[in-house]
Design a binder for this molecule. Structure first.
Ligand code: GTP
Length: 603
């Protein structure tokens, strides 16, 4: 394989614009599919069952293809299918840095959306050539002229190539796109004689081989038997197996500059091969690692508890196995006075959390109780130390706290026209957002807001979809921390604090949340034989209260007629009994309380 015949490219798009279907068509058209044809399934690159079922790409995937062009020349393509969801934007950025060009796929019936802009800007920052492709032109609602206008305003002329049309469903336009990308996407630079620099695009756990990494050789060469080291940790390993995906696993003895393939080196822990890290050789190491590596930290935290306490060890093993495959998933033991032993888990976002929950349910048959998701707050104490807080139960006493700081996200909201603009602006200001810009791409409008991360995590996306009738799309990224008036809202049931229901929220939201929580809990707890008082409190101050009336047994039903003193005696006995019961009575809380309080719609 000559380096000038290699083309490495990524397909980027907003979620559901047809990336995986488009990749399938490219694979079908190229030689690589000859092998894949034997057991062909659609969405070849979405290999996880969950990915196929939900129609979403969760992990970046690569395939090496051979293509004989119209001129008769043979080319080698490395195609990377990237996740479209905002939770996985770091993976997208690393996939892009493994390429020399990108295919920007836009659904011609939808137009430019939030992730189209975010991913396109990422590619522009890396100065990669972009080939815009209008997909789904077979649909009656497809409007290529409108979308071409939007793309012209999105991409500066300098980086803009010819806008191609295609239908991934029918295969229309695919060959033209392939021929065009050969001309427009450059081959990798030849740095074969430099010391090895290989970029880790993705890593996963294989039960037979341990950690498998997808790598792009940026400089140098890697061979079986080489002693390599991971540059961020300085740990060294021996290369045991190398190869490429076509999409079948093909074993090779070496990977040279410009190639993308897999690497096995008897590594056991996925945290040793983090996405974006650089691999070099021990004997002839590179001086500098590749740019752009960062350790991704979870954005959302929640408590996971098993509904059956005897499952604890099994639950812990399940989490351990999941984390083997997912370096961005974090967990540590947590204890609650109500739910018992469980784990505090950290995720990249709510979709990531949903995926983990779903996998625990399917693969390990675990029914879980999940506490309200929260974000990581910074707490500056009076002794000037800084505490990172992801769990209300770890909150220090208020008199020790100097100030709270909360994470702020930059949000890009894209809407097709001005129709829903007013409602979206109202929603953003209700969520304590500050507008920083409005941009126009043809008729598409991009609103840029700074919104506290917790507001985005708690149902922002659903509210946005509902006020815009599903037309708005959202992308966000963490930009820093800001001082904020944060409080801890506790829920008390018959004066007993129910720790899994505590929330860390902004003071301006406290009354609303307190009232909604109290009324929701009231609707979920059945009547008992004694009165149940539900209270929401900030510290010692009660800000909302509700009572569930006792279930009253008619003790005098059997006394028809008869002496009034007999009835009085029975009622007195009942009153005494209830008093006693209230003291010893334990409210039985239905599990739904912890599940359905998850999200409270705000305004
Ligand atoms: P994520 O992996 O979640 O980012 O989605 P994706 O961008 O990979 O989209 P996917 O390929 O899963 O396609 C989304 C839906 O669009 C599927 O139902 C496809 O069948 C459909 N689709 C894709 N391309 C075309 C096309 O050219 N025409 C028509 N009519 N439908 C298409």
């Amino acid at each position: 394989m000559k380096i000038k015949d290699i083309r490495n490219f990524s397909v980027i798009a907003h979620i559901d614009h047809g990336k995986s279907t488009f990749s399938d068509r490219i694979i079908e058209t190229c030689n690589g599919n000859f092998e894949a044809n034997q057991d062909y399934q659609s969405q070849i690159l979405d290999s996880m069952v969950l990915e196929r079922e939900r129609g979403i790409t969760i992990k970046a995937q690569n395939v090496t293809l051979q293509y004989k062009s119209k001129t008769g020349k043979r080319y080698y393509f490395n195609l990377i299918d990237t996740p479209g969801h905002v939770d996985f934007s770091y993976e997208v950025s690393r996939s892009l840095s493994a390429c020399e060009g990108v295919l920007l796929l836009v659904d011609s019936s939808q137009g430019v959306e939030a992730q189209t802009i975010a991913h396109c800007n990422m590619a522009l920052d890396m100065k990669l050539p972009i080939i815009p492709i209008l997909n789904k032109v077979d649909l009656p609602l497809s409007d290529p002229n409108r979308v071409i206008k939007e793309i012209n305003e999105l991409i500066p002329e300098k980086y803009l190539n010819k806008i191609m049309l295609c239908s991934s469903k029918t295969g229309f336009g695919i060959i033209n796109i392939i021929e065009y990308l050969i001309k427009k996407i450059p081959s990798p630079h030849d740095f074969s004689f430099h010391p090895l620099k290989a970029l880790i695009i993705d890593s996963w756990f294989d039960q037979y081989f341990g950690i498998v990494s997808l790598i792009r050789i940026k400089e140098g060469i890697i061979k079986i038997g080489d002693q390599i080291k991971i540059m961020s940790s300085n740990r060294s390993y021996k290369v045991e197996q190398l190869g490429i995906f076509t999409p079948k696993k093909i074993i090779k003895t070496k990977l040279t500059c410009g190639e993308i393939g897999w690497l096995i080196c008897s590594m056991k822990d996925i945290k040793c091969a983090l996405v974006g890290d650089t691999i070099t050789t021990v004997n002839n190491p590179a001086i500098q690692s590749l740019p752009g590596f960062k350790r991704i930290i979870p954005k959302v935290y929640a408590g996971f508890f098993s509904s059956k306490t005897e499952n604890y060890t099994f639950f812990r093993d399940a989490l351990m196995k999941l984390s083997l495959n997912d370096s961005s998933f974090f967990y540590e033991p947590e204890q609650s006075n109500i739910l018992g032993f469980g784990f505090r888990c950290g995720f990249l976002g709510l979709l990531h959390m949903e995926i983990v929950q779903e996998r625990l349910k399917r693969e390990y048959n675990l029914e879980l109780i999940i506490t309200t998701p929260t974000v990581m707050y910074q707490v500056r104490l009076k002794n000037n130390s800084i505490l990172y807080l992801d769990n209300p139960s770890k909150l220090p006493e208020m008199n020790k706290i100097k100030e709270f700081r909360e994470p702020i996200a930059k949000c890009m909201i894209v809407i097709p026209n001005e129709k829903y603009l007013g409602k979206i602006i109202t929603l953003c200001s209700n969520k304590r957002g500050k507008q920083s810009n409005i941009l126009y791409y043809g008729s598409q409008i991009e609103l840029i807001y700074e919104i506290p991360m917790i507001e985005i995590m708690i149902d922002f996306f659903n509210c946005l979809k509902s006020v815009s009738k599903g037309y708005a799309s959202l992308d966000y990224n963490l930009i820093g921390y800001k001082k904020s008036d944060i409080i801890c809202l506790d829920i008390l049931i018959n004066s007993k604090k129910i720790d899994p229901l505590s929330l860390i929220i902004h003071r301006s939201n406290s009354l609303y949340h307190a009232k909604s929580l109290v009324s929701k809990i009231k609707s979920l707890i059945p009547s008992h034989q004694f009165e149940i008082v539900i209270q929401a409190a900030i510290g010692k101050k009660i800000i909302a209260r509700s009572t569930i009336k006792q279930f009253r047994k008619n003790v005098i039903a059997k006394c028809y007629g008869g002496d009034v003193s007999r009835k009085k005696k029975l009622l007195e006995k009942q009153r005494y009994g209830k008093k006693k019961m209230k003291k010893i009575g334990n409210v039985s809380l239905p599990i739904e309380i912890f599940r359905s309080i998850f999200f409270i719609d705000k305004k």
